[in-house]
Design a protein around this ligand. Structure first.
Ligand code: PGA
Length: 251
C-alpha cells in the first residue's frame, strides 16, 4: 500500500488500439520529464490493455481493468476474469462503477464477490460507491454509501488490496460536483465506516478517491483534502494534457 495519493483514469468504452497507445505514451513522456507526487493508473477497455501495458512498461504508470467476473474461469461467455487481467499485467480493477450497477444491474453482493476474486488474483480492487441525486436530495447520502461499502467489501479486505472510489452518480459526466466540504464530509464518513468494517489495522492508510467530473480546474480543491486519497477521472483522462494537469495538482 502506498501513502501517496492515486490519480486513476477510467477510459470507459473509449479508444481504439492506436489512440490508447498514443495516450499512454504521451502521459509516460510527461511523467518521465517531471515525476509526479502521486501514483498514476490508467484503466483502458479490455481490448487495449495488452498494448497499453506494453507502452507503459518502464514508466511509473500502472494499468487496471474496468470490471472482472467473480469466477476465475468457466462458462461465462463474454466475461473476463481477474486472473486474466493479472496475466495481462494489470495491477488493479475498478468494480461496482455506477455504470455497471445501472447498465448491468450489478448488486453489492456481486461487487463483493468480484472484489474477493480480484484479491485472490493479486489485484487491487477499486470499489466504486455513490448516491443518486434523489438520494442526496433526500439526505440519504451517508446511509447509502455506508450500505454500499458494507455490502461490497469482501471478507479480509485491507488497505493493501482495496481502494474506495466515492463517485456521486449525479456528478459522473455531468460537469456537476459536490463542494469540497461535501466531499470531505462523505470521505470522512467512509473512512470511519471502513475502520468499523475492516478494523483499525487493516483500514490504516485506506485510499478513498473522489470521482465525478474531476477537471484540471477543480482537481486541486479535492486532491488537497486530507480525506481524499486521490481521484478517479473519466472524461478528462482521455486527453493527455488534461489528465496530466490533474495529476500535477496532487500535493
Ligand atoms: P467523469 O467520470 O470524470 O467523466 O465524470 C468519472 C467516472 O465515472 O469514473
Amino acid at each position: 500500500m502506498s501513502t501517496r495519493k492515486l490519480v486513476c483514469g477510467n477510459w470507459k468504452m473509449n479508444g481504439l488500439k492506436a489512440d490508447s497507445v498514443a495516450l499512454v505514451r504521451a502521459l509516460a513522456e510527461r511523467m518521465a520529464a517531471a515525476p509526479p507526487a502521486c501514483d498514476v493508473m490508467v484503466c483502458p477497455p479490455f481490448t487495449a490493455i495488452d498494448r497499453v501495458v506494453a507502452a507503459a512498461s518502464g514508466s511509473a504508470i500502472a494499468v487496471g481493468g474496468q470490471d472482472c467476473h467473480a469466477a476465475a474461469s468457466g462458462a461465462h461467455t463474454g466475461d473476463i476474469s481477474a486472473p486474466m487481467l493479472r496475466d495481462l499485467g494489470c495491477a488493479a480493477v475498478i468494480l461496482g462503477h455506477s455504470e455497471r450497477r445501472t447498465n448491468h444491474g450489478e448488486t453489492d453482493a456481486q461487487v463483493r464477490a468480484k472484489a474477493a476474486a480480484a484479491r485472490q488474483a493479486g489485484l487491487v480492487a477499486i470499489v466504486a460507491i455513490g448516491e443518486t441525486l434523489a438520494q442526496r436530495e433526500a439526505g440519504e447520502t451517508l446511509r447509502v454509501v455506508a450500505g454500499q461499502l458494507r455490502g461490497s467489501l469482501p471478507e479480509g479486505a485491507s488497505a493493501a488490496d482495496t481502494v474506495i472510489a466515492y463517485e456521486p452518480v449525479w456528478a459522473i459526466g455531468t460537469g456537476r460536483t459536490p463542494s469540497p466540504a461535501d466531499v470531505a464530509q462523505v470521505h470522512e464518513a467512509i473512512l470511519a465506516d471502513a475502520r468499523a468494517i475492516m478494523g483499525e489495522t487493516k483500514s490504516a492508510g485506506l485510499r478513498v478517491l473522489y470521482g465525478g467530473s474531476v477537471t484540471p480546474a477543480n482537481a486541486q480543491s479535492f486532491l488537497t483534502l486530507a480525506s481524499v486519497g486521490g481521484a478517479l477521472v473519466g472524461g478528462a483522462s482521455l486527453k493527455a494534457d488534461q489528465f496530466w494537469s490533474i495529476i500535477q495538482t496532487c500535493p
